[in-house]
Ligand binder design. Structure first.
Ligand code: KIV
Length: 288
């Protein structure tokens, strides 16, 4: 495929490492500049994650974002017209209260500019996945540490840590594949479980804290660039410290305003000599 060809759902579905593909690169994005940065960097998939709740909107968890919040951010990401595939998270309660409601909510994200949706959960979500797929909307699954289940899990904890839980997760991955998911995110599971699921299904697995054997990796935009507060989870690797650099740059701006260093002559518009004379201001200084 040429460097500039649009990434599609079939492209992602075909990218299984055991069939010789490179790992799929996925990152979250929540707005037009973020979408442009990811796209120009050559990322394959942008996920408009419900992590927008914590990273951008200042909430403690992802449970507060609604389908209209998500549609607002999806539209901003899609306006960059990225080459990457745009996947939108279905927020909590947008696919839990009935299949018809779920299909309509998925459709509203597609109408906002997404090309696929992602939802959390395993066997219990099969009916809803089938219905959304039946409406011609591609679905990405999400298993393991599913942040919308934070209260049920008793916190953000690594999942599938014993044999029963690992087997249950494998069963869920197979069930999502059979229901028509084109890929599945595996979050917060031991590396060997990530590897086993990746071997067990023919759709690509995209890991976040699921070890190196997955068919792709995903991280949160703000974690990659150092825009989030605190050290973050173990699975995060920071490639920049933009938060710190941005604070330093902003502090310099504040100092320059207070010292009169900004704006300078080159950042100011200048009047004609005639206007200056008419205003009685043919002196060069403008500080008063
Ligand atoms: O919302 C999100 O950012 C996610 C990824 C971390 C997988 O679901």
């Amino acid at each position: 495929m040429s460097e500039t060809a649009k990434i599609t759902v079939p492209w992602v579905r075909d990218h299984k490492r055991k069939r010789g593909s490179d790992p799929i690169v996925m990152v979250t994005a929540y707005d037009t500049p973020g979408s442009r940065i990811a796209d120009r960097a050559g990322v394959d998939v942008v996920l408009v994650g419900d992590s927008v709740a914590n990273t951008v909107l200042g909430y403690e968890d992802t449970l507060s974002v609604t389908i209209s919040d998500m549609a607002h951010h999806v539209a901003a990401v899609a306006r960059a017209r990225p080459r990457c595939l745009v996947v939108a998270d279905m927020p909590w309660l947008s696919y839990h209260v009935g299949v018809e409601d779920a299909v309509r909510n998925a459709a509203s994200l597609i109408r906002a500019g997404a090309e696929a949706v992602k939802l959390e959960g395993g066997v219990s979500r099969v009916r809803v996945v089938e219905a959304i797929v039946d409406a011609e909307i591609p679905v990405m699954g999400h298993l393991g540490l599913t942040p919308q289940s934070v209260h049920a899990m008793g916190g953000y904890r690594v999942q599938a840590k014993n044999t029963t839980a690992a087997e249950e997760l494998l069963g869920s991955a197979r069930a999502l594949e059979a229901a028509g998911c084109f890929a599945v995110v595996l979050e917060g599971v031991p590396d060997v479980v990530g590897s086993e699921v990746t071997r067990a299904v023919e759709i690509p697995t995209i890991g976040i804290g699921a070890g190196p054997s997955c068919d792709g990796q995903v991280l949160v935009f703000h974690d990659v660039l150092g825009l989030s507060d605190g050290p973050g989870p173990k699975f995060v690797r920071r490639y920049e410290d933009l938060g710190d650099r941005a604070t330093k740059a902003m502090a310099q701006y504040a100092r320059d305003v207070r010292s009169g260093e900004f704006p300078g002559d080159e950042e100011s518009y200048h009047a004609s000599d005639e206007l200056r004379r008419a205003l009685g201001r043919d002196d060069p200084g403008l500080l008063t």
